[in-house]
Design a protein around this ligand. Structure first.
Ligand code: GDP
Length: 364
């Protein structure tokens, strides 16, 4: 599955957000196996109304949403890259994530101490980013030393890695995160293997006060400008409200949201923003037993998409019977869609599209 790391300075609302995320997920656990893997790791359902629609049409007994993992990575402070506090362990945790949800304090509250004594989300973002950049520089320096001999020996991969490391280093030394480096498709695999922290996509999470969760505030507006400049994504959320909502029954929660002038829970927006940031898509498998959503990267071919369900599906892939979501809904089910000529048999070269309802045929 895909993993987002929640980072940010102390006291910005990371734990509050994480608790809200996992408690909401726990509340939905009737339908799917939720687990808090470790105290700071939780899996959440990706909200998708299409799944409910499909299940209703097919009369599916159970509904299983696709999931995303969140990791609360606490303890990132100024000096983390120098191993202050437990800095390096936290940085190692970030290395294992696919993307970063960077929580920024956009609320004023005299009772909650800010580590630097002022509310300034843009400056906070820079503090964290600087630590991540320093950490990347340090790890590249180490690896450049280690790779020298292989490069001298003419190892092609090592030569490629060295070139990419130098490209990253160039950017970092100019105060730019590694994600600003343009990487060719041919280099992408090796580039990813460098596992640079600042190469990971970022979603800024503006944690605003209760009153600003619908419209944002002066702080979140500054973050929006910064995010746009960096080509990063951002969402406005009130972690505290989300935590309160996560303790309500579904009906109460809906009432509460409409009173606040919100169309949907901020957590749903957050999860979906993460999904978009990672260029993820969903396909469905639908039957009388269950309707289920599966996550793939944009551009995934049918056999690899099948592999998300089971490795054998990929190995023995024969074809995918495919109905587009809209056709499934318009014609009200698999059989009528098939009769209307809307079921296609797709082979190995088919790129799965978001919303496809699939049925895989494979040899054992
Ligand atoms: P972390 O250190 O980043 O994990 O921060 P916490 O989630 O523990 O939050 C730190 C403090 O800020 C706690 O006392 C929270 O109740 C409070 N807090 C979190 N979010 C909000 C918010 O949106 N508004 C206000 N006023 N307080 C908040």
């Amino acid at each position: 599955g895909f993993k987002m790391g929640i980072v940010g300075l102390p006291n910005v609302g990371k734990s509050t957000l994480f608790n809200a995320l996992t408690r909401t997920a726990a509340a939905q656990a009737a339908n799917f196996p939720f687990c808090t893997i470790e105290p700071n790791v939780g899996e959440v359902a990706v909200p998708d109304a299409r799944l409910d629609t499909l299940a209703e049409i097919a009369g599916s007994k159970s509904i299983i949403p696709t999931r995303m993992t969140f990791v609360d990575i606490a303890g990132l402070v100024k000096g983390a890259s120098k191993g202050e506090g437990l800095g390096n362990q936290f940085l190692a945790n970030i290395r294992e994530t696919d993307a970063i949800a960077h929580v920024l304090r956009c609320f004023e509250d005299g009772d909650v101490t800010h580590v630097d004594g002022r509310v300034d989300p843009v400056a906070d973002a820079e503090v964290i980013e600087t630590e991540l950049m320093l950490s990347d520089m340090e790890s590249i320096e180490k690896r450049l030393v280690n790779i020298v001999r292989k490069v001298r020996g003419g190892d092609k991969e090592a030569v490629q890695q060295e070139r990419l490391m130098k490209m990253a280093m160039d950017a970092l030394e100019n105060g730019k995160p590694a994600r600003t480096v343009e990487v060719d498709d041919d280099d992408m695999k090796q580039w990813k293997m460098l596992q640079l922290l600042t190469a990971k996509p970022i979603l800024y999470v503006c944690n605003v006060d209760e009153g600003s969760s619908a419209s944002g505030n002066e702080f979140s507006e500054k973050v929006a400008v910064m995010a746009a400049e960096q080509g990063a994504a951002h969402v406005v959320i009130s972690a505290q409200i989300e935590e309160e909502i996560s303790q309500l029954e579904a009906e109460e929660a809906e009432m509460f949201l409409s009173e606040m002038g919100l169309e949907e829970a901020g957590l749903d927006r957050l999860i979906r923003a993460g999904y978009e940031l990672l260029h993820l898509e969903t396909y469905f498998t639908v039957g009388p037993k269950e309707a289920r959503a599966w996550t793939i990267k944009e551009g995934t071919m049918a056999p690899q998409a099948a592999g998300v369900i089971h490795g054998d599906f990929e190995k023995g892939f024969i074809r995918a019977e495919t109905i587009a979501y809209d056709d499934f809904v318009t014609f009200k089910g698999e059989q009528p869609a098939k009769e209307a000529g809307k079921m296609r048999a797709e082979g190995k070269g088919y790129t799965v599209k978001d919303g496809d309802v699939l049925h895989f045929l494979f040899s054992k």
